[in-house]
Design a protein around this ligand. Structure first.
Ligand code: AMP
Length: 182
């Protein structure tokens, strides 16, 4: 099963993607986690993306796509995966289409959370790249670049909208129910 998780920053998609991936026995692939790992371990790639991430901007597509392509070519991704935080731009959608085909995805899970709840959650999370300015900029970038991707996947009939307000278990159950419902 090949799935995408999409939602504004702080919607809890990373946590839910990890839980659902474990339930389904497929890897959870988060480009944000991968970039953070590069930054923490001080690789060349980490040095290139550090300032971009701190500013809440997107890492250029060519860098992101290359990293993602390597990851999904590993054997553990052969039976499927959950992509979390990728694709985020029209260029990344095209790249993913090239990598797995336009009919490669089974479902696109969209986590929906009210914007005020999101700002609160993000500031409470206390991550290094979570200043209020960064949070605001990430919203703007999400609205401008990522929200339009939903139109593409909507036209393909792949969207599963899930209410992202509730306990972790409730939300996981909603997602699993939505995935069965096809
Ligand atoms: P995330 O943990 O998914 O919110 O990602 C944290 C940061 O990593 C983002 O604000 C971007 O700077 C960068 N990033 C993660 N995934 C992507 C992507 N698909 N395209 C561009 N930048 C990304």
């Amino acid at each position: 099963m090949k799935l995408l998780f999409i939602g504004p920053p702080g919607a809890g998609k990373g946590t839910q993607a990890a839980r659902v991936a474990e339930t389904l026995g497929i890897p959870h692939i988060s480009t944000g986690d991968m970039f953070r790992h590069h930054v923490i371990t001080g690789t060349d790639l980490g040095l290139r993306v550090d300032a971009i991430m701190k500013a809440g901007e997107y890492v250029p597509d060519e860098i992101t796509v290359e990293m993602l392509e390597e990851r999904i070519s590993l054997p553990d991704a052969g039976a499927g995966f959950i992509l979390d935080g990728f694709p985020r731009t029209a260029g990344q959608v095209e790249a993913l289409d090239r990598l797995i085909g336009t009919d490669g995805l089974d479902r696109v899970v969209v986590l929906e959370v009210d914007e005020d709840a999101l700002v609160e959650r993000l500031l409470a999370r206390g991550r290094a790249d979570d200043t209020e300015e960064t949070v605001r900029n990430r919203f703007k970038v999400y609205q401008e670049q990522t929200a339009p991707l939903l139109d593409v996947y909507g036209r393909r009939g792949l969207l599963a909208h899930v209410d992202g307000i509730g306990t972790m278990d409730e939300i996981t159950d909603r997602i699993l129910a939505a995935l069965e419902n096809r």
